[in-house]
Design a protein around this ligand. Sequence first.
Ligand code: HEM
Ligand SMILES: *[C@@H]1O[C@H](CO)[C@@H](O)[C@H](O)[C@H]1NC(C)=O
Ligand SMILES: *[C@@H]1O[C@H](CO)[C@@H](O)[C@H](O)[C@H]1NC(C)=O
Ligand SMILES: *[C@@H]1O[C@H](CO)[C@@H](O)[C@H](O)[C@H]1NC(C)=O
Ligand SMILES: CC(=O)N[C@H]1CO[C@H](CO)[C@@H](O)[C@@H]1O
Length: 582
Amino acid sequence: MMVPNSLSLPDALRHLAVFPAWVRSSTTLHYTLGGIATLLLGLYLYLWPYRAWTLTFRNLRGPDPDHWFWGNIKYILKSDPIAPHVEWAKKYGPTYRYRLLGGTHRFLTTDPVALSYILSHADLFPKPEQTRQALTDLLGNGVLVAEGADHRRQRKALNPSFSPAAIRGMVPTFFDKAVELKEKLLTLIEDENETGELASPSPALETDKVEGGKKIDVLKWLGKTTLDVIGIAGFSYDFKALTEPNNELANAYNKMFTAGMEVGLFQILQFLVPFLRHIPNERKRSIENSTAVTRTVGKRLVEEKKKAVLASHAEGLEKGQDIGNDLLSILIKANMASDVKPEQRLTDEEVLAQITTFMLAGNETSSTALTWILYTLSQHPDVQTRLREEIMVVDDERPSLETLNSLPLLDAVMRETIRLCPPVPSTLRQATETSVIPLGTPVIGRDGKMIDSVTLAKGTMVFIPILAINESQEIWGSDAETFNPDRFINPDQALTAKYNQIPGVWGNLLSFLGGTRNCIGYRFALAEMKVILFVLMRTFEFSLLNSNPKIQKKSSIVMRPRIIGEEKLGFQMPLIVKPLSG
Ligand code: HEM
Ligand SMILES: *[C@@H]1O[C@H](CO)[C@@H](O)[C@H](O)[C@H]1NC(C)=O
Ligand SMILES: *[C@@H]1O[C@H](CO)[C@@H](O)[C@H](O)[C@H]1NC(C)=O
Ligand SMILES: *[C@@H]1O[C@H](CO)[C@@H](O)[C@H](O)[C@H]1NC(C)=O
Ligand SMILES: CC(=O)N[C@H]1CO[C@H](CO)[C@@H](O)[C@@H]1O
């Protein structure tokens, strides 16, 4: 048989005149191809085998990657938030490793002792550089992004704003806005004509029409309420979101945060190739444009408050004196006090950055938490009834914070919902130095031996799975997955000892995180939510739609609800809201 005289590839190319001479000369081409192949091989060897060999925690067990390049990412993205981690923790114990794209390994732990170590060594485990860059572009150098000595200085300046006394002073604002929400909901329910968008993004089906009540998207209305609250209690600015549809400043923040939080292909590329951040693009322009608006208004607010401080105390400032009881006023007052050393003071830029920081950190978190609470109470009408009975006993439309804090079921319902539906489901840290993390619960290594501490090399990313702590039967007992607020009212002594180990700042939960980078706004958020729930429970009954649509927890930075089949309508939580009769 005749074998055709086959041309080698370079020979074939040499005959094609369209290629330049250097391609047609086979030796150059061989070198070039050889060079590229060597580079690729080197890159491959570095990213995969080398990184695996030098991994300091390679002895930890964990899932096999389901793709050579994507690692375990595809599985994580297509699952419910954190669900893979719950599955893996069951299989490998509270500390394990998995793979992300391009051969990167990630360390994960739900072990309270290990988490405690990480959270109490904030300088060893700051936020990853890329996260900080992205947040700084949006917020400026505020307390959410500052690290080290800068962060300690900012926290110190902000502490008076978030003190228990300061929060007590904001309670009347919380009540004003809660009552405004109540009235708005009553009008929506009474208005026969209002069946459309104001109440909820999709109209009520016949089965969801209820005598005396209405299908209302509570996420939307709670969102308007918490936005108004953070505006007034934060910096004496009324967005009037509950009463007026369009506010220039609210729109600017909205556009800025939406664009800033978008994660598209370009953002992922920027993570890998940081210099791409400097290339102008639509998103960057949109952020810059909105930032211009938020800065102008913010600067004006800061100037006004500084003037007020100077005017009232021309001769030098005492810390206790009053110019307003919002977060910003208290900050400016504390920052200008005569006993603060100049190098301890925040700059005007830093003060300005806190306004945007409060807007980002304080709005969606609170409204999402309240939304999950109303949803959970609708799923558990018996608990809702008990809660209402507890609240109705209070003989005051506007009780003090002390009275609200003395209601055990109100507290337990909030704790239990925030345990199961933490608004911030996870966060990320990155080791600045090689360090050794102690484990409370040793795990079995790949070599079959027990591991009781893990070495993390400089640069290692640490994923903190706030939500996965909720599943831990080891911590919460066999009913870890069920909503049971009574676990906090009649605590099981053996389990209390376990969850007391969780290094969280509130309620033995990680939902507000812990350590020196805990949520500075947690007292604010708890007081705000208690007031709003108090007012709503006294006026309305909340129940699930009869059509019972499937609710999905969708996690970006905040974990919000979506309806399966209505994804296009965005985040929503329609419930039947009905005024209590009589
Ligand atoms: C239910 C409501 C809230 C939840 C669940 C929540 C949760 C959290 C979490 C998990 C962190 C840590 C983030 C990280 O380091 O990765 C955090 C930080 C922070 N939160 Fe909240 N938050 C809530 C409400 C608020 C409110 C109302 C404010 C302000 C008025 C606020 C202001 C802040 C600030 C400024 C930080 C940064 C603290 C620092 O790094 O030193 N939060 N919050
Ligand atoms: C409802 O619609 C009807 C007919 O379009 C109108 O006459 C009535 O004034 C509307 N009611 C309210 C409260 O807007
Ligand atoms: C505040 O939160 C609500 C509800 O999640 C959201 O719709 C709104 O866009 C947020 N506004 C700003 C300015 O962040
Ligand atoms: C923002 O963009 C609009 C048009 O897209 C432009 O008219 C406006 O001047 C811009 N504002 C600022 C502050 O850059
Ligand atoms: C990861 C996760 O969401 N885990 C559980 C948390 O609790 C809820 C409520 O019971 C469960 O449905 C989740 O599976």
